[in-house]
Ligand binder design. Sequence first.
Ligand code: ZN
Length: 646
Amino acid sequence: MDEMQELVNLINYHNYNYYCLDNPTISDAEWDKLYDKLLEMEAKTGVVLPDSPTKKVGGEPLSAFKKYTHEITLYSLEKCNQYQDLTDWLNDKKAKNKNINFFVEYKYDGLTISITYENGILVNAATRGNGFVGEDVTEQVKTIRTVPLKIDYKGKVIVQGEAIMKLSELSKYNKTAEEPLKNARNAAAGAIRNLDPKVTKSRNLDVIFYSINYIDNFDIKTQVESHKFLKDNHFNVCDDWKICNTIEEVEMAVKQIDVEKSKLDFLIDGAVIKINDISERKMFGYTAKFPRWAIAFKFEAQEMSSKLTNIIWQVGRTGKITPIAEIEPVELAGATVKRATLNNYNDILRKKVKLNDYVFVRRSNEVIPEILGVARETEDSTPIQKIEYCPSCGSKLVEIGANLFCKNTFHCAEQIVDRLTHYASRDAMNLIGIRDKTSKQLFEILGVTNVADIYNLKEEDLKKLDGFKDKKITNLLNAIENSKTVELDKFIYSLGILNIGKKSAKLLAKEFKTIENFKNASVEQINNIFDFGDVMSESVVEYFKNENNIEIINKLFEKGVKVLDYKEEKSQKLSSMTFVLTGTLPSLSRDEATKLIEDNGGTVTSSVSKKTDFILLGEEPGSKYQKGLELGIKIIDEKELKKMIE
Ligand SMILES: [Zn+2]
């Protein structure tokens, strides 16, 4: 039995590192082996330990959810969305005790759940419901990878967390799902409030824990200590919180969360501000609805519903046709949104979107707004017809996979213009001044039909374009000149090959090193790159099979475009730092240490001066050490150097 418990502990340890800490400590194959061994052991002995990871597969579906009365009420929070209201609230607390400090954290946008542990074992999980009575979702929650079935602490404890679906999981799910999920919040709630625990399991949810609502025999004085307790017991927590002493600090912290929210892999809809000290909280107490010691600051919505009024079919640089939905304008995350993408015709069918429907629209800072699905139909709802001919050039469209394509690559105006814009974009050749409108003028007025023509442009040509005055012309001509020396990855990206974005261009550059190697790469060679599949590899090979493409690339070279061979990016961790070495280092030779410093952007000099930043000190140092001390230069050893580079 001990052996079995050991194995269970080991797998749980790896799971914790993988799912909670994002720090895998074992390969998937090794993990599978351990798991299989455990399954075998359980089958042989007929024993399944209470914290066995095999329990996470989910039992039989329930016929109905049981009601669960919470032992400790789950209050909702007072909410505000104006900084003035937040300041007033904080002032009110400070007026009672000016030394109060605040714990500021994310306000997660998922489904709130409460979990009870007794004797270290998970005995119940329930939804918040109305705060007094929720639904028993123990079997569902047990399947979630970031919920521990067993914890070290043996007293009774009731913890609260938010069940969420990571945005990366949502998009993975939606790529293949017949019925895409409309958003991460609904997806998480739907997965937990599903009678079949196997469905919950399949959605790959996570729970982020943030509160201890009850604990036996354990003295927790502050929110910071609560957080530590949760972490020590291997609950999945988020470490992005802050202690703020002043009202200004709270405001700054909230604003920072607002700025950073779009980079997170899960939804948040605001920040929660709590008094850190628990005895202080007791003094403030509760209203009938919520605690007086916490408040939620809600950000502007990133998701709204609006009426879909029209579809425009856009032709991209690769000939791919993208349906763009025109919607009645809505305010989303601080901007007015009038258009949102529907990706492709298949997406319209999968999402069952029709003209005149009210649809959910989502916008996060960096991504183009997207239609997620239908909110409600109207009397005038009508199906969206698939188009047959290219809206730009009238060619018959071809269906490839989920997408429609115009194959009239070199004579389709919208494609030509979009290729110019793409080539000029910042992450490609960075030709400042060439954006959508200019590309269109370059094509229509100056007859630029491919990217090589850009290098024929002269001052007198550009004068013919709207809005081009002296300075703008000089800037553009300079940018064109500068673009003649370009890094391989940027060049690959600028070609606008189907399915090859910025990230894949980088990987291709890293793999093939020179433009010649890249041009001659085979499907098999490209497939060897991690994350590359047939579709991407074939797109590359197809691209170079087309003689027109080769001709344009050769023209670029004739015009003087020079593509640099790929060089490994050097780390810049020691950039602009100067080191002097003295004495024998424990593991590195002098040459090795020098190379390590230089590879990370630092400089090594032989003599000590005021300009020296660090003395790297070994055994039996020379006079340089003494001089360093005299000049007050920072002395470090090999270990510290390695730490700086990590
Ligand atoms: Zn066309």
